[in-house]
Design a protein around this ligand. Structure first.
Ligand SMILES: [Zn+2]
Length: 53
């Protein structure tokens, strides 16, 4: 049994939720944001300075 061209994963393609980004995420990417804004939101959420220079 072969499905024509379509892989059964996520039906709809997901886009980075960052406003104005529009970066299409990979269907295998569980994140909501692209790699750029993923880091950005992580920094926003954790306001605690984890990394000190
Ligand atoms: Zn983005």
């Amino acid at each position: 049994m072969v499905y024509k061209g379509k892989v059964k994963t996520n039906k709809r393609r997901r886009v980075c939720r960052f406003s104005g980004c529009g970066h299409i995420l990979s269907i295998y990417n569980p994140e909501t944001y692209c790699h750029v804004h993923q880091h950005f939101t992580t920094m926003q959420l954790s306001s605690a300075p984890l990394i000190r220079r």
